[in-house]
Ligand binder design. Structure first.
Ligand code: SF4
Length: 349
C-alpha cells in the first residue's frame, strides 16, 4: 500500500492509502446505492444544508471505563472521578429500534472510554445495528486488548474501521503520556492485519491517529513513514487545549484556529450514564456546562436530536451567538501546519 491522497477537513489532516479506497469499494458492494445516498446526506449535513430527522451517527460509550490514563485525554469526567456507569442495554436497543429506520447510518464505539473492555456487550449490539440497517461501524480503541481472537471478532462483525490512537513512534514517548504496553500494541496491530489478510477481507480498514503535542511533534514525519504502508488512513488530529496548558502557541508549526463545527448536524453522543450529549466532546457531559441533552429513559433519539437545546446550539453556531460551551470549545483548537508534514519519500530527502 502507499499514500494516494491527503487532505484537511475542519479539525483533521488525513492521509489516505489505497486500502482506504478498498474499504469504500467494499461498503459500496455491500450496501449499493444506500451507501452513496448516506454519504451524500453526510456531505449535505456537513454543509448545514439539511437537518435529518435523527443523527446520521451516534457516538456511544457502553461503560465509563478505560484501561489507560493518558495525559492528553480530555477523558470523560466520570472516568476521571473513578465513577462506574454502564449503559442500560435494553433501553439503548429500544432507542435504536425506534430511530435507525428514520436515518441513523453510522455507530461509533469508543468516544471517551475503551470499547474493547465492553466487547461482550458491543458485538451483539453491532450485529443488531447491522440487522436494522446501519451502514458504517467504527471502533476507536487504544489497542491494548486487541488480541488475535478479538481481531477475528472485529473482522467477523464487519466493522468498517478499526481506529487506534497511537500518537507516538517510540515507546519512550508513548510512556511519557502515562500510557503502557506500546510493544504489545504494535504486535496486536500486526496480528490484526494478519487476521484480516487470512480472512481475505478489505474491512475493517485500519485508521491510526496521531495527536501532535510538544512531546511527539519531532516524530511526526517518521510516524507517517512507518505507518503509510500499513494503515489505510492516518489522521493527524487537532488538539483541544481547554485550559491552555499545552503551551502550543510557543511551538513553531502549531496554528490556533476555530473550525466550523458541524457536529450538531451530523452526530450525537450517548454516554454510559444513559444520557444524550449535544456532541462527542467529553466536557459537554458536565451538567453545569448546560450541554447535557436529557436521559434515554425520557426521550427518544429523535426527540433529543430535535430538542430546544440542540436547536439553540445550532443557531448559535451559525449566527455568531454560540452557547458558552461552544465559545470555549472553539477557542481551544490548535492544529499542526500541514505544509510542514512530510507525506512521501520525496519529502524526506
Ligand atoms: S462544544 Fe459546541 S463547538 Fe464544540 S464540538 Fe460541541 S457543539 Fe461543536
Amino acid at each position: 500500500m502507499s499514500i494516494v491522497n491527503s487532505r484537511r477537513s475542519r479539525d483533521l489532516y488525513s492521509i489516505f492509502s489505497q486500502g482506504f479506497e478498498r474499504v469504500v469499494a467494499a461498503q459500496r458492494r455491500t450496501f449499493g446505492t444506500a451507501y452513496d445516498s448516506y454519504r451524500d446526506q453526510w456531505s449535505r449535513a456537513e454543509r448545514r444544508e439539511i437537518l435529518t430527522p435523527v443523527p446520521l451517527q451516534l457516538d456511544i460509550d457502553l461503560a465509563s471505563r478505560c484501561n489507560m490514563s493518558c495525559r492528553y485525554c480530555n477523558g470523560m469526567p466520570y472516568i476521571l472521578r473513578g465513577e462506574e456507569y454502564r449503559i442500560n442495554l435494553q433501553l439503548l436497543r429500544l432507542r435504536l429500534d425506534e430511530a435507525v429506520g428514520r436515518g441513523i447510518r453510522s455507530l461509533n464505539f469508543g468516544n471517551g472510554a475503551e470499547p474493547l473492555l465492553t466487547a461482550d456487550e458491543m458485538f451483539p449490539l453491532i450485529s443488531h445495528a447491522r440487522s436494522l440497517g446501519v451502514i458504517d461501524l467504527f471502533v476507536h480503541s487504544n489497542g491494548l486488548l486487541l488480541s488475535r481472537r478479538m481481531s477475528r471478532k472485529i473482522i467477523e462483525a464487519n466493522v468498517t474501521f478499526l481506529c487506534i490512537s497511537l500518537d507516538a513512534l517510540r515507546e519512550e514517548t508513548y510512556s511519557r503520556y502515562g500510557r503502557k504496553g506500546f510493544p504489545a500494541i504494535l504486535e496486536n496491530i500486526d496480528g490484526f492485519l494478519e487476521q484480516r489478510r487470512l480472512a481475505k477481507s478489505d474491512t475493517p480498514g485500519l485508521r491510526i491517529s496521531f495527536l501532535p503535542t510538544t512531546d511527539n511533534i519531532g516524530e511526526l514525519d517518521d510516524f507517517i513513514y512507518q505507518w503509510k504502508d500499513k494503515a489505510d488512513k492516518i489522521d493527524i488530529q487537532s488538539v483541544i487545549d481547554l485550559d491552555k496548558s499545552f503551551n502550543l502557541d510557543r511551538i513553531p508549526g502549531f496554528i490556533k484556529f476555530s473550525p466550523a463545527c458541524v457536529s450538531p448536524w451530523t452526530r450525537m453522543a450517548i454516554w454510559p450514564n444513559n444520557s444524550y450529549g449535544v456532541c462527542c466532546q467529553p466536557f459537554c457531559l458536565s451538567q453545569s456546562g448546560g450541554m447535557n441533552n436529557g436521559s434515554l429513559a425520557d426521550k427518544s433519539i429523535a426527540q433529543a436530536w430535535q430538542s430546544s437545546l440542540m436547536n439553540r446550539v445550532r443557531t448559535g453556531l451559525i449566527s455568531d451567538d454560540a452557547v458558552t460551551a461552544c465559545v470555549k470549545c472553539l477557542d481551544s483548537y490548535y492544529r499542526y501546519d500541514e505544509d510542514k508534514i512530510a507525506t512521501g519519500d520525496h519529502d524526506r530527502q
